[in-house]
Design a protein around this ligand. Structure first.
Ligand SMILES: [Fe+2]
Ligand SMILES: [Fe+2]
Length: 317
């Protein structure tokens, strides 16, 4: 176990600890020397780092995603803590305890899965029910679904994040039929459960949360499409119309081409899935900023690259 975690570091503290390098940008100084802007991460969060000429050479052999042992001092720059790095050396994956780097959900994932399974049990269309069972009766799938993060960084970026995100979507969907009538609720719930299943292969999450090679090449929308299509095709007499609708919901759930969906949502259930998915991911991003900045006395967060804005942090005006 580590003895120093990012969220416990204080200005002036000496650091001698293991982290993952999550950012590395080499820059030239005006006088010709070079320096590096870095970011170090563990299960508790991330902190910026700065390394000057004396250390930059040792950083050349280090890449983003590497585990590293650094020695340095915590300093304050622009109201933020950062580590001024005195030395950095790569360490192997065998020298780390995954628990130090894999953030876990605060929620009890077994309970979350029980709730998801209640929604699953409520699906009455026998073909959709068969399809869901064919996923969740598979123990390997069910365990991966329980463990997977929903992202590397953007939202629910922790073990169990996929299950928590999926349950939020189902809970939000539960109220939809009382407002918007004549929807196919079974289709909505099935797509809610399956929309992000591709994430179980998009990420690796045994030692650290990262993109898998398949994830980088295909992304969870394409992987999820493949997984669902393959299962459907093993169910006799599954209607081609229903197949197309469910697969459309998977491919369109990000809503826009520039957000990774090859098609925009083209019917009501698909539109609703997209907006609920978007709602939950953005609420979680804002909540994460509030959590990260809690107790720091700041009025505004740093610019958030996914939300493309700063977040107002004060609880009282
Ligand atoms: Fe997604
Ligand atoms: Fe999602």
């Amino acid at each position: 176990m580590k003895s120093q975690y990012v969220d416990e570091l204080k200005s002036g503290q000496i650091v001698k600890e293991k982290f993952i390098i999550s950012k590395k940008i080499l820059k030239e100084k005006r006088d010709g020397g070079s320096f590096a802007i870095l970011e170090f991460t563990d299960r508790s969060g991330s902190i910026e780092g700065i390394a000057w000429d004396n250390v930059v050479e040792s950083l050349n052999v280090l890449s983003v995603g590497d585990f590293v042992f650094i020695a340095g001092t915590v300093t304050e720059y622009n109201d933020r803590l950062q580590i001024t790095v005195n030395s950095a050396e790569r360490i192997s994956e065998d020298e780390i305890d995954p628990k130090d780097f894999l953030r876990q959900s605060d929620e009890d994932i077994d309970k979350v899965m029980t709730e998801i399974n209640k929604f699953r049990a409520g699906v009455s269309n026998s073909y959709l029910k068969n399809l869901l069972d064919s996923f969740f009766d598979d123990k390997v799938f069910a365990e991966k679904f329980r463990l997977a993060p929903a992202a590397k960084r953007a939202h629910h970026a922790y073990l169990g994040g996929l299950a928590v995100h999926t349950l939020h979507i189902l809970e939000l969907m539960a109220n939809i039929p009382s407002v918007y009538k004549s929807l196919d609720f079974d289709l909505l719930i099935t797509a809610g459960i399956l929309h992000d299943v591709g994430k179980i292969y998009e990420y690796t999450y045994t030692k650290k949360i990262d993109f898998s090679t398949r994830g980088k090449m295909l992304g969870h929308i394409i992987i999820g499409y493949e997984m669902v299509a393959e299962k459907i095709d093993r169910i006799p007499r599954f209607s081609q119309g229903l197949r197309a609708k469910l697969l459309h919901m998977i491919v369109s759930h990000h809503g826009e081409v520039e957000w990774g969906s090859p098609k925009q949502p083209m019917f009501l259930e698909a539109l609703i899935l997209h907006f609920i998915d978007n709602l939950d991911s953005k609420v979680e991003m804002m909540n994460e900023e509030l959590r990260k900045n809690k107790g720091m006395g700041k009025e505004w967060s740093d610019y958030h690259p996914y939300l493309e804005r700063e977040i107002y942090l004060r609880e009282e005006i």
